[in-house]
Design a protein around this ligand. Structure first.
Ligand SMILES: *[C@@H]1O[C@H](CO)[C@@H](O)[C@H](O)[C@H]1NC(C)=O
Ligand SMILES: *[C@@H]1O[C@H](CO)[C@@H](O)[C@H](O)[C@H]1NC(C)=O
Ligand SMILES: *[C@@H]1O[C@H](CO)[C@@H](O)[C@H](O)[C@H]1NC(C)=O
Length: 518
């Protein structure tokens, strides 16, 4: 909302000079309206503007899209102030020779607190808050939501206070410069995506999703009927650079929408399977069990393989109940300069698929029209109905952890043309048996008999992927699910390791030759 106010003059100038994208941008004149003195007095540290920090926070930096608490106060209780103004601005306003030369920069927005009648938005300056009365004040609290994606490195917070008509102060301890913190977010991969992975091997990974969301960690508006709470299946894929399951700032696919809104993996899983290809797209379907109350803290496991073409992975897990929130990783790079990533534990925070409105877990849902892009669930929201009302991201506990571990690195298997129908991926089902990762007690209790071998019908054949180029002879695949996997730790049909011996011989994936006409 503030950004629209920010650009009012731009609109005005755009109407006048449609060809020139220029705005009237002048430094806010903070001189108090009632001042009889033209010049400010010397502050000498009497009045202070500060950003509330926690002990481990870095000074003088800000993280994008977060709520910061600003405190304006007097250091001497016998010297209160009556009037104040706080502005957030681009420090380059000082250097603008021509007041029309600059395009306004997103500097975030200042927010007055709903229960604090002492402050109001300034009518004189953009991005400014000022005193709403003339009473003595020792202390004022204002919130600043930092810019989401500003091209500028530095933002300035500047205040003026007036003790009375003759004496007012600015500068000194009333100005703060904050530098954008460019460190990567906690919930991102340790290595950036690489277009070409040069590793000459395959890696086998275990991925574990462990939920943490509870009334203890996230008390505000925690759902009243926890019986309904849970996570969807963990679903995703190892994939190539060309493939995107989901990404910040882009619209959710139909599959992600269905998953985020209804915890239904049907479409997203079908899309992943349809995009399986030796030359790009997806390789292994990642599928971990869904976890429900009262077993929400039970981990969900899956195994997958990565290679020099499919060297990334993405996963999603929907949160229930919620409007359209999910947890997950997007385009997580496994191929590093030092070889395959060995192990990584990553906290997860909720994302919003942008398809449903609703500020809290159990808010009444309504379809977002038009659809928004995928974004973080708003932390530090100013909607009091939100579970993250006026919360700083630093105070938000993770909703879950993803724990990724490389189990083995193998030389690339040669393609054996004589193995009819048995694709390389199927072999893994037997291979996985050798190195059994973490045991899950409940599996051991259950006795699997051969009568449990039940399968779904085969899914449709994938499109034909030419062996070379865009046409000619190629390969297509189809898969089916194990339906008796209620006892299986890994519910991904491609590589469920503790399948009983007779079940193991069943083929879960088939491939056949096909032809694409040129
Ligand atoms: C606070 O202000 C009063 C009144 O101006 C002054 O007498 C006193 O010395 C000040 N105290 C400090 C600690 O500066
Ligand atoms: C999941 O979605 C598919 C496709 O819309 C639908 O056919 C199926 O019935 C849904 N499953 C459940 C359990 O709702
Ligand atoms: C997956 O394959 C379909 C065609 O089967 C294609 O339309 C779609 O764009 C692919 N998805 C991604 C994310 O590449």
């Amino acid at each position: 909302m503030q950004t629209s106010i920010l650009c009012l003059t731009c609109v005005y100038w755009l109407v006048l000079y449609t060809a020139q994208v220029q705005c009237k941008l002048v430094k806010c004149d903070q001189t108090p309206p009632q001042a009889t003195a033209e010049e400010p007095s010397e502050n000498k540290g009497l009045f202070k503007l500060s950003v509330v920090r926690k002990d481990n926070d870095m000074q003088d930096v800000y993280l994008p899209d977060q709520t910061y608490v600003l405190i304006l106060k007097t250091t001497n209780k016998t010297r209160p102030f009556r009037w104040f103004m706080i502005t957030v601005e681009d420090p380059d306003v000082d250097n603008s020779i021509n007041e029309y030369e600059q395009v306004p920069v997103d500097v975030g927005s200042l927010k007055t607190l709903a229960d604090n009648p002492q402050s109001r938005y300034s009518e004189k300056c953009f991005n400014s808050v000022e005193s709403a009365d003339n009473f003595d004040k020792e202390y004022v609290e204002i919130h600043w939501v930092s810019p989401k994606n500003s091209p500028k490195e530095i933002v300035r917070l500047r205040a003026t206070v007036a003790e009375n008509q003759e004496t007012w102060y600015t500068e000194d301890d009333l100005t703060i410069l904050l530098k954008k913190d460019t460190r990567r977010p906690l919930d991102s991969a340790p290595h950036p995506p690489v277009e070409n992975c040069e590793l000459n091997s395959e890696a086998r990974y275990e991925i574990v999703f462990k939920g943490l969301w509870s009334r203890l960690t996230h008390p505000r508006y925690y759902p009243s009927k926890p019986d309904e709470n849970g996570y969807s299946h963990m679903v995703g894929a190892s994939h190539g650079y060309d493939y995107t399951l989901w990404q910040l700032g882009t619209p959710a696919s139909a599959g992600l929408k269905l998953l985020a809104e209804d915890a239904n993996i049907t479409i997203i899983e079908r899309d992943i399977i349809n995009n399986m290809s030796a030359t790009g797209g997806t390789r292994t379907l990642i599928r971990g069990k869904r976890r429900h109350h009262p077993e929400m803290f039970e981990p969900s496991y899956a195994l997958f393989r990565a290679d020099s073409i499919h060297h990334m992975f993405s996963v999603v897990v929907a949160i229930k109940p919620s409007p359209d929130w999910f947890l997950g990783a997007s385009r997580f790079e496994l191929c590093t300069r030092y070889g395959w990533l060995k192990e990584y534990k990553m906290p997860l925070y909720p994302w919003d698929a942008g398809t449903m409105d609703g500020v809290s877990y159990e808010s009444p849902k309504s379809v977002t029209n038009p659809t928004d892009n995928i974004d973080r669930v708003e932390i530090g929201s100013f909607n009091s109905e939100s579970p993250f009302y006026q919360m700083n991201l630093n105070d938000l506990k993770p909703f879950a952890y993803l724990h990724l571990k490389s189990l083995s690195v193998d030389p690339i298997k040669g393609r054996n043309c004589n193995d009819e129908g048995q694709e390389a991926e199927v072999e893994q089902v037997q291979n996985e048996q050798e190195s059994e990762p973490i045991e899950e007690p409940r599996i051991l209790e259950s006795k699997l008999g051969s009568e449990h071998c039940t399968f779904s019908d085969w899914y449709e054949w994938s499109p034909c992927f030419p062996d070379e180029g865009f046409c000619g002879f190629g390969t297509q695949i189809r898969t089916r699910s194990r339906l008796d996997n209620a006892y299986s730790k890994y519910s991904s049909y491609e590589n469920a390791p503790e399948v009983s011996s007779s079940c193991r011989d069943h083929v879960l994936m088939q491939s056949q030759a096909c032809y694409v006409s040129c």
